[in-house]
Write a protein that binds this ligand. Structure first.
Ligand code: KG4
Ligand code: ZN
Length: 345
């Protein structure tokens, strides 16, 4: 059985639409996908401004839909199902996407699935041809999330690690801001760090061994103190600082990942989310787990996208799991997905 599914993503500062074919016997196929990033707009304010983000989604989604339909040569009436991000995310932004999806589905009687954004990230590797088999470990590292899940099967996720404060991407961005690199400065900080060699010159807070929880808030204070001790930001020391910051974040991420791998027998480790673009993180994960299959989905499926949202809906549609759409959720732990689906079902 094959189903043609439309995915809609608008949980933060990226509007995205995708058309994906899912099947109960063959890997999914992405027919077309489009994304419109608002990064340049929010950069002016040093962070995402929720009201502006909602307004941008409202303008972008209809255009993205039209482009995707034209590119795939598909009419709305041909669609078997729609998946839309229901959370976690900015409520106003989620509402825009959800109402847009309702407008498509209601008049046509198309099933509409409310999708969990993090489920999208952990299942995104299944979009590629050499798909994985369950179970696998997924480290999700983005600007808003840092968590490790044991992915048992569709809809069944066991949380192994989560951050108690900032996300890894947020830590990169805050540190980059202290180094005067603008927002979001994670990639710029990484580029500076990659130009340095050898052990970092500065010591920054290290992860507590044996503890599953991530914590990045101490890092910002430590960096501020270091800069203060130097009498302000010294251009010549920026690279060395970036190197120390990147090393500290990467070792925190890999430390908790090692713990998760030690305690769970899996063959495959997936690293996804915007921070998975980081070269030092990729290198370290590959070094640490030579006996595992380490998968980094292609970057456009690591960062926010709508193909992963269509996939979550499509996998349910081909399994005859009934659609459910609840209220938009700003916070929604992935491990509660089953419960929530039942509550709203
Ligand atoms: O998943 P993502 O694209 O979007 C959201 O979280 O919404 O992740 C963006 C995050 C930002 O914090 C950005 O600074 C970070 O990923 N990032 C990086 C790199 N590229 C993007 N952090 C470290 N190294 C990179 N190369
Ligand atoms: Zn995301």
């Amino acid at each position: 059985m094959q189903k043609l599914v439309l995915g809609i993503e608008s949980s933060c500062d990226e509007s995205a639409v995708a058309l994906v074919v899912t099947s109960d016997s063959t890997p999914p196929t992405v027919l077309a996908e489009e994304i419109s990033s608002q990064a340049a707009l929010h950069e002016l304010y040093g962070g995402v401004v929720p009201e502006l983000a909602s307004r941008e989604h409202l303008q972008a989604l209809p255009l993205l839909l039209e482009t995707v339909l034209t590119r795939a040569g598909i009419k709305l009436d041909d669609i078997d199902g729609v998946g839309v991000t229901q959370g976690p995310g900015l409520v106003g932004c989620l509402l825009v996407g959800m109402n847009f999806a309702r407008g498509i589905c209601s008049p046509r009687g198309i099933p509409l699935y409310g999708v969990h954004h993090i489920e999208g990230h952990v299942l995104a590797p299944l979009l590629e041809a050499d798909a994985l088999t369950f179970p696998y470990l997924a480290l999700v590292v983005s600007g808003g999330h840092t968590e490790i899940h044991l992915v048992h099967e569709l809809g069944s996720y066991q949380l192994l690690s989560r951050t108690m404060d900032d996300a890894a991407g947020e830590a990169f961005d805050k540190a980059a801001n202290l180094l005067g690199l603008g927002y979001p400065g994670g990639a710029k900080l990484a580029a500076l760090a990659d130009a340095e060699v050898g052990e970092p010159l500065y010591r920054l807070p290290a992860p507590v061994p044996g503890q599953a929880t991530f914590s990045f808030s101490g890092l910002k204070t430590a960096i501020s103190l270091l800069i203060q001790q130097q009498g302000g930001l010294v251009e010549a020391r920026r690279g060395a600082l970036a190197h120390a910051i990147q090393s500290a974040i990467v070792s925190s991420l890999t430390d908790k990942l090692q713990l998760a791998v030690r305690n769970n027998s899996v063959e495959t480790i997936v690293v996804t989310g915007g921070v998975s673009a980081n070269h030092a993180l990729r290198r370290r994960v590959n070094e640490l787990f030579p006996k595992h299959r380490v998968v980094f989905p292609p970057l456009h499926h690591c960062t926010d996208n709508a193909a992963m949202i269509a996939l979550c809906a499509g996998m349910r549609l081909v399994r005859n799991i009934p659609p459910a759409l609840g209220e938009p959720c700003s916070r929604w732990p992935l491990e509660l997905l089953k419960l929530r689906t039942v509550m709203h079902g």
